[in-house]
Design a protein around this ligand. Structure first.
Ligand code: C2E
Ligand code: CA
Ligand code: CA
Length: 575
């Protein structure tokens, strides 16, 4: 065959091929592309001609991946493997790829051929098959076999990161009876509702699975202490103790739970499973509605706790919470007891039940956390604080508001959206909002947390680490974290005026903040001596009773705007 004839044949083969094929020059610029390639990527020939093949990169692989790929092409002449690529539409899809070097006479690459087959149709059907085998059709939860898989994965990670994990077995108490007396359909309905409550209650803190019948398992991958698992179990039992609507009436089932904690009760999946199950049966025997640790400790959701939970829920609906604001002032310009040097305020929540005294967060935060109520509560606090801060700024002082956020709000996966909404609804300059997070948040699942933090920081919002110095654990990550402020815990401020040891940690944190170009804020400053010691050490801001106790919205405005809002009347005298 003539050379021309050969070329024509090649072209016809390429046009008919199912696989996408491109030919590039030695630098990767695309010279030729066949119709299958154009169809797969969504580009027209004129859009790819002369472009570097890098336009396919999805961003899912790091530089190292491509480096080793090209090293292999250079040494072996070809590379074959799976890559995630990006279509013109932005969609990312899995691709089986072969890259072949085309050597010239001297053996140097004169160009490359790339052959692509789209794996997404295959992956889709694989996925459907997988779903059918791994998920319980009634509740949509992972079934026993996926449960084993997940548990092994979570234990693996806990082992590597030397963290804890807990396995909670949950069994409904009177399910058999309900199933027999009300029929299977009612039984199915109840199981679905139980699954929904379990998932809602667990939030992002773990994985809920249905092991079969009326038996569920919850794998908690974020427990710091065994008590956290106990609190989670108590919350789960509380959620299942509420009545299940069944036609015109409701039925009550309740549940029992057994808890095994990694690594204390076992270091492999099998051992933990046995222990959790045994503990669950013991809990049942001890009288239903309880949870029991494999280590032998027992607990149950106390009537008091259940009551407090439902009172908190109602308080949120009725608007019984309000925010107080504690002034934060510059160590340079502060005059204790006045608004001089005022930089902003921290929002601190209070609860005023009808006909009773105000309750401090210390008395309800634990329950709010363990029940997940902190998520809607925190959303309310964020929105309210932004609206108040907008008002201060409109009254003429550029003040910042700091809002505490709980790890549960991060786990709920809605924090970025809620922050955006709070800013948009209030019109507050994002640079005037700070979110206070704790070190423990940074300890579990840093990667995920940092992604969300970056998303929020891109809006212009800043982050403060609260109670810094207690764990010191995040120290080595500090330069990678999107954090702007370190708050020094009161425990390190109290002894700061002692001549010798007392000041060391506070001094170190202030210096650390400075070296990372962060702001240092001292908490719980009560005396003029402490202020002087902090000023000497270069601490930027203070917060504490010396400047002022937390004030309700109205009192805070009187503090910040002593002449009635810099000469302007109070726009909302009822607040
Ligand atoms: P925190 O963020 O460490 O807040 C500082 C606590 O120290 C506040 O207690 C404040 O009233 C108190 N304090 C401030 N200055 C002084 C001082 O000079 N001396 C003394 N002895 N105490 C001082 P509060 O208001 O009872 O809040 C307790 C905790 O509740 C807060 O600790 C925070 O972790 C949490 N919290 C409060 N509001 C919220 C909220 O809206 N969301 C979340 N997630 N947590 C909140
Ligand atoms: Ca705080
Ligand atoms: Ca604090």
């Amino acid at each position: 065959m003539s050379r021309e004839g050969e070329k024509g044949l090649c072209r016809r083969i390429l046009e008919a091929a199912n696989d996408g094929v491109i030919v590039t020059d030695p630098d990767g610029a695309i010279l030729e592309a066949n119709p299958a390639f154009l169809a797969m990527t969504g580009y027209g020939m004129d859009e790819v001609a002369g472009k570097n093949a890098r336009i396919l990169n999805s961003g899912r692989h790091d530089a190292e991946f491509y480096q080793s790929l090209w090293a292999e092409v250079r040494s072996a002449g070809a590379w074959t493997g799976e890559i995630w690529n990006r279509r013109k539409s932005g969609e990312i899809y899995p691709c089986r790829v072969k890259i072949q070097a085309v050597p010239d006479e001297a053996g140097e690459a004169s160009g490359f051929i790339g052959i692509f087959s789209d794996l997404s149709p295959l992956k889709d059907s694989e996925e459907r098959l997988r779903n059918a085998v791994l998920f319980d059709p009634l509740t949509g939860l992972p079934n026993r076999s996926l449960f084993r898989d997940r548990l092994a994965q979570i234990l693996d990670r806990a082992r590597k990161k030397a963290t804890r994990a807990a396995l909670v077995f949950v069994d409904l108490d009177r399910f058999k009876h309900i199933n027999e007396s009300l029929g299977y359909q009612a039984g199915d309905e109840l199981l679905r509702e139980a699954a929904r409550r379990l998932t809602e209650r667990t939030g992002g803190a773990g994985t809920v699975c249905r092991l079969g019948g009326d038996e569920f398992a919850v794998i908690l991958d974020t427990v710091q202490r065994s008590e956290d698992a106990g609190a989670a179990a108590a919350g789960i039992l509380a959620a299942l103790s509420a009545g299940f609507p069944m036609g015109p009436s409701e039925v009550h089932t309740g549940a029992s739970a057994g808890i095994a904690v990694f690594p204390f009760d076992g270091t492999d999946a099998g051992a933990l499973e046995k222990k959790a199950e045994a503990a669950m049966y013991e809990a049942k025997e001890a009288g239903r509605g309880r949870y029991r640790f494999a280590s032998g400790k027992v607990g149950h959701t106390s009537r008091r706790q259940l009551e407090l939970e439902s009172r908190l829920r109602r308080a949120l609906e009725r608007g019984e919470f309000y925010l107080t604001y504690q002034p934060q002032a510059a160590t340079g310009g502060v005059v204790p007891g006045t608004g001089a040097g005022l930089m902003g305020a921290e929002a601190l929540i209070r609860w005023k039940p009808e006909g009773a005294d105000t309750v401090s967060p210390g008395d309800f935060m634990d329950i709010a956390e363990s029940t997940g109520l902190i998520v809607p509560m925190g959303e309310w606090a964020l929105k309210t604080a932004c609206a108040d801060a907008k008002l201060w700024n409109d009254l003429g002082r550029p003040l910042t508001v700091s809002v505490n956020v709980s790890p549960r709000q991060f786990q709920a996966g809605t924090l970025a959206r809620v922050t955006r909404e709070a800013l948009d609804a209030s019109g507050l300059d994002p640079g005037r909002l700070k979110l206070e997070i704790t070190e423990t948040l940074l300890m579990d699942d840093m990667g995920e947390t940092v992604t969300v933090m970056n998303e929020i920081r891109d809006m212009g919002v800043r982050f403060a680490v609260d109670d810094f110095g207690i764990g010191f654990s995040s120290l080595r990550y500090l330069d990678q974290l999107p954090v702007d402020v370190l708050k020094i815990d009161k425990a390190f401020i109290d002894p700061i005026t002692d001549r010798y040891e007392g000041a060391q940690i506070a001094t170190a944190v202030i210096a650390l903040a400075r070296s990372f170009e962060m702001i240092s804020v001292a908490e719980g400053v009560e005396t003029a001596e402490q202020l002087e010691a902090l000023r000497m050490r270069g601490c930027d801001e203070i917060q504490g009773y010396l400047v002022s106790k937390p004030l309700d919205a109205r009192a805070f405005r009187a503090f910040a705007f002593p002449a009635g809002g810099a000469g302007r009347p109070d726009p909302d005298p009822s607040a």
